[in-house]
Design a protein around this ligand. Structure first.
Ligand code: FAD
Ligand code: DHB
Length: 390
């Protein structure tokens, strides 16, 4: 097998990169270790920045998003006694969309299987080789158990946090890793019940953070802060609804409850690996960095990475110019660190940790964001997404 770009991983990063390259006449093969059903059912992010939405429209997969996605002008920030609306449209002229990562992935897979380059599910033993030279290859075993070799000009490592690509980059470069784990986690549920608010509610509470989100007019997505050591079996649906009702409470409002269809505990970490390149192997998305979910940045950052990478690879492969691949890592990392800071800041402001002194600092910061237009605009600009070149 041969293709110009071999892409490892069919998450949002790999699928979108393949689509962007295809539209510029660069051929790709995407290798995914999981099944199509598994990849399409994995419940993850739900908030798309304006430029993410525009990118999906530009590559021809925006039709269902425009029909079913929910545009939101802002969010609510809450601490006991106060639920304050931040209007992003007014603060910075941008909005966000509620549209699940599962739906983005389904749309990209459908488009690729319709008229796109090969997308192979269920592969194993994926091993990039000779990435320091001009002609790398990827060895793998296909879904029928047959050993295969994909010869390519470039390998894209979009295989997420646990993939094979990042360790290869780390081993072959004098790079660095930065990591922060947080002393809390999110317990997330999906529930068949209409959302109890028109836009997302991020709530600080003495018992811990809570977030009211949604996936559609009839499906709610909610999260509560828990200890990372908590066991999901210890959280009955009633216990989860009680915690959510307490932490999200404001006068004159109540939380609608309904059947829980999915629940899981998500650890929270910040992680950055640099550089995002070794020779002809380029990293993008969670393969290179992880943010805690509080700022809804993970998926959007993956989209920003591959937008930049696609431009660089098109220039390399069709114009034989190396300038954009040479600046890819530094340019991508500038945005990565901006989003890493914003996600860390939102996480630190909203989650109960430390002592009463920390709590008063958090409340002071929240009151500042809710009362100062400058402070609110800083949150709005980051949340809705900064320009690709910052
Ligand atoms: P991924 O989506 O991880 O895709 C990588 C793909 O590579 C996967 O399909 C994987 O199966 C495949 N793969 C891995 N190894 C190999 C291999 N060796 N060979 C072939 N294929 C391989 N972000 C938010 O903004 N909000 C959220 O609420 C949120 N919730 C999350 C919940 C969870 C449990 C996780 C893990 C992440 C969450 N995120 C959230 C982050 C967001 O989902 C990610 O940032 C986003 O998925 C990154 O996309 P990606 O394509 O880089 O990586
Ligand atoms: C969702 C996840 C987030 O991390 C966030 O900040 C907002 C919403 C969600 O899954 O809906």
């Amino acid at each position: 097998m041969r293709s110009q770009v071999g892409i490892i991983g069919a998450g949002p990063a790999g699928l979108l990169l393949s689509r962007l390259l295809q539209l510029h006449g660069v051929d790709t093969v995407v290798l995914e270790s999981r099944s199509r059903d598994y990849v399409e059912a994995r419940v993850r992010a739900g908030i798309l920045e304006q430029h993410t939405v525009q990118t999906l429209r530009d590559v021809g997969v925006g039709e269902r998003l425009d029909r079913e996605g929910l545009p939101h002008d802002g969010i609510y920030l809450q601490h006991p006694g106060t639920r304050h609306h931040l209007n992003f449209e007014e603060l910075c002229g941008r909005k966000v969309w509620v549209y699940g990562q599962t739906e983005v992935v389904k749309d990209l897979i459908t488009a690729q299987l319709d008229d796109g380059p090969p997308l192979l599910f269920g592969v194993s033993h994926v091993t990039p080789e000779d990435v320091d030279g001009g002609a790398p290859r990827i060895r793998f075993t296909d879904a029928d158990g047959v050993a295969q070799v994909l010869e390519c000009d470039v390998v894209a490592g979009t295989d997420g946090f646990h993939g094979v690509s990042r360790p290869l980059v780390t081993a072959g470069t004098s790079g660095r890793l930065w990591e922060r784990t947080y002393p809390f986690a999110w317990l997330g549920i999906l529930a068949d019940v209409a959302p109890s608010a028109d836009e997302l509610v991020y709530a600080w509470h003495p018992e811990g953070f809570a977030l009211l989100s949604m996936r559609s007019p009839s499906v709610s997505r909610l999260y509560v802060q828990v200890d990372p050591a908590e066991k999901i079996e210890d959280w009955s649906d009633d216990r989860i609804w009680d915690a959510l009702s307490t932490r999200l409470a404001v006068d004159g409002w109540s939380l609608r409850t309904g059947p829980v269809t999915e629940k899981s505990i998500l650890p929270m970490r910040s992680f950055v690996s640099a550089p995002m390149r070794r020779g002809r192997l380029f990293l993008a998305g969670d393969a290179a960095h992880i943010v805690p979910p509080t700022g809804a940045k993970g998926l959007n950052l993956a989209v920003a990475d591959v937008t930049l990478l696609a431009q660089a690879l098109v220039r390399l492969l069709t114009e034989k110019q190396t300038d954009l691949v040479d600046t890819y890592s530094d340019k991508a990392l500038a945005r990565v660190w901006r989003c890493t800071h914003f996600s860390w800041w939102m996480t630190s402001m909203l989650h109960r940790h430390g002592d009463d002194f920390d709590a008063e600092l958090q409340l002071s910061q929240l009151r500042r964001v809710c009362s100062s237009e400058a402070a609110a605009r800083e949150l709005a600009e980051n949340y809705t997404g900064l320009a690709v070149d910052l």
